[in-house]
Write a protein that binds this ligand. Structure first.
Ligand code: MF3
Ligand code: CO
Ligand code: CO
Length: 290
């Protein structure tokens, strides 16, 4: 690429005024292959227009999560929440990305107690006093994706469950705080996982965070435990999710054979999850959906 060419990122600017310095810095980086360090592919680096589009999808996604939260009450069935989420997103010109994603039949995931993730909303699943649940929503708007989830509690929740919900949120926050441009994805993993382990919890590693934006699930895979200074380099313009799934008991999970979606803890003990979509900026991170 010549300095007067249009930049590869699609900004429409000249390369020398856009990613030339970026590429120079990247080329100077020494990647330690023994630590799995690697450079990010160009396709996961977003330009200002891409970021603006993901931000807009995130605004709708956050609104849908707010709405879902107002509906969480003892006696409510999870299909009712799903329908409200669907209509909220569609009314605003978006699409609930989960609907028909690899055959997923509903517009969001609602995962209660020992369900780790990918719980399918159903009129037969009624919220009851003491439940903890995760609602995970992804919105597509004009071809761009934003993905986030939150935990909710129904009525009187046990101190054990309440602590799990709080600590899992802190795991996510510590992971996000560890994400820095020109450092590595493993920094997120280590910060998340170390804090979970410190609290006596296990970390689900069969599933994890992911690049998001121009597609639902992209590189890199974001593990929620691991070693600092390992994996893919984080650079400005990358958008990814941090979404730790944290278990009171063991880390092993099973998938229901009845639906091939519902992920549960193998020991049937409680699990919690929080998720945000974050942008790596020149100086740190910006939350695009939460
Ligand atoms: N939103 C989930 C994630 O955080 C993915 C759900 S896929 C579905 O990556 F098909 F189960 F909806
Ligand atoms: Co999600
Ligand atoms: Co996600």
């Amino acid at each position: 690429m010549q300095r007067n060419d249009l930049c590869w990122c699609g900004s429409g600017k000249k390369y020398k005024k856009c990613h030339a310095d970026f590429d120079e810095r990247l080329d100077e980086m020494k990647f330690n292959v023994f630590l799995g360090q690697c450079r990010p592919p160009k396709k996961i680096i977003n330009n200002a227009h891409d970021i603006e589009c993901i931000r807009k999808a995130g605004v709708i996604n956050d609104g849908a999560l707010d709405l879902a939260g107002t509906l969480v009450k003892e006696g409510v069935d999870t299909a009712t929440i799903d329908k409200a989420v669907h209509d909220y997103i569609v009314e605003r010109g978006g699409y609930p990305s989960c609907l028909n994603y690899e055959g997923f039949p509903k517009s969001c995931c609602i995962s209660i107690n020992e369900v780790v993730c990918h719980g399918i909303p159903s009129p037969k699943t009624i919220l009851k006093d003491g439940d903890i649940l995760n609602i995970d929503i992804t919105t597509t708007l004009d071809g761009y994706y934003a993905d986030a989830s939150r935990m909710f509690m129904v009525g009187n929740v046990s101190p054990e469950a309440e602590k799990l919900v709080r600590v899992t949120k802190e795991c996510m926050e510590r992971g996000i705080a560890a994400a820095k441009p020109w450092h590595f994805v493993g920094d997120i993993s280590a910060a998340c996982g170390d804090y979970a382990h410190l609290n006596g919890y296990s970390v689900v590693t069969d599933l994890g965070g992911h690049g998001v934006g121009k597609d639902f699930h992209m590189e890199p895979f974001v593990a929620h435990e691991g070693e600092a200074n390992t994996g893919m380099l984080l650079v400005p313009g990358m958008v990814l999710t941090v979404e730790p799934m944290i278990n009171v008991g063991k880390k092993q999970v099973t998938v229901d054979s009845s639906d091939n979606w519902t992920v549960r803890t193998k020991d049937k003990k409680l699990s919690a999850q929080w998720e945000k979509t974050i942008l790596i900026t020149e100086t740190g991170t910006e939350v695009l959906s939460s």
